[in-house]
Design a protein around this ligand. Structure first.
Ligand code: PGA
Length: 251
């Protein structure tokens, strides 16, 4: 059985004080949850403080991105090693907002993924089609490319530390959620692409999270689908009660 993975992607939100307040409220709400891997991904500036607030809780810390160098003259960038230095065990790579606003493409994201894994992080690797791509019948082609180009060259052992987040771009921050059937269908397709490339054992063990307007009201239904192994949550992860409700939706 794949253990559900529920992560909060705070994006460019929450100042340090707000982040600490959120964590202090969240901890008791999920303290009894063993059956779900829980991760929060604050902004870089809040990572250290959040790490301290998390203490020995059952909530792991993640970055939202990581560069492909350990250190050096790369103004504005943060390395996987730096994320680990402040307590991160996870990072997100390839979020659609990185693809859209920062022009990150599959080949570069593949480098980032491999570099983060080599450094020792676990990675949620995001994929997903835009509305235009879905409407023009290109969804499967896009997902195939995101998977084959994005995961290219990974070794079998790497997959113990990789999850895929299927996030249809049209569902992110829009309030429009994929239906459970739409999510399940895409997850099955993605799992089959992984199977073709890396074999059945890896594809069966790989966790595929759904992301895109996940809320307490729809989380349980989405994650009840056999191939939806958790959620990557944006807006609804900023508040302790809604994020906790989503975590519980995975149980
Ligand atoms: P959303 O964001 O839940 O606000 O739609 C999801 C994501 O971008 O990871």
């Amino acid at each position: 059985m794949r253990k559900p993975l529920v992560a909060g992607n705070w994006k460019m939100n929450l100042l340090v004080g707000e982040a600490i307040e959120m964590i202090e409220a969240l901890k008791p709400l999920v303290a009894d949850v063993d059956a779900v891997d829980i991760v929060v991904c604050p902004t870089y500036t809040a990572l250290h403080a959040v790490s301290q607030a998390l203490g020995n809780s059952n909530i792991a810390l993640g970055g939202q991105d990581a560069y492909v160098k350990e250190n050096g003259a790369y103004t504005g960038a943060i390395s996987p090693q730096m994320l680990m230095d402040v307590g991160c065990t996870w990072t997100i790579i390839g979020h659609s907002e990185r693809r859209q606003y920062f022009k990150e493409v599959n080949g570069f994201l593949n480098e980032k993924l491999k570099f983060a894994l080599a450094a020792g992080l676990r990675v949620m690797f995001c994929i997903g089609e835009t509305l235009e791509e879905r409407k023009s019948g290109k969804m499967n082609e896009i997902l195939t490319r995101h998977v084959t180009e994005g995961l290219r060259g990974l070794a079998e052992a790497d997959f113990e530390r990789v999850a895929i987040a299927y996030e249809p771009v049209w569902a992110i921050g829009t309030g429009v959620t994929a239906t459970p059937d739409q999510a399940e269908e895409a997850h099955i397709f993605v799992r089959n692409v992984v199977k073709d490339q890396f074999g059945g054992t890896i594809s069966e063990q790989l966790r595929i999270q759904y992301g895109g307007s996940v809320k307490p009201e729809n989380a349980a239904e989405l994650m009840a689908k056999p191939n939806v192994d958790g959620a990557l949550v944006g807006g609804a992860s900023l508040k302790a009660d809604s994020f906790a409700a989503i975590v519980r939706g995975a149980l």
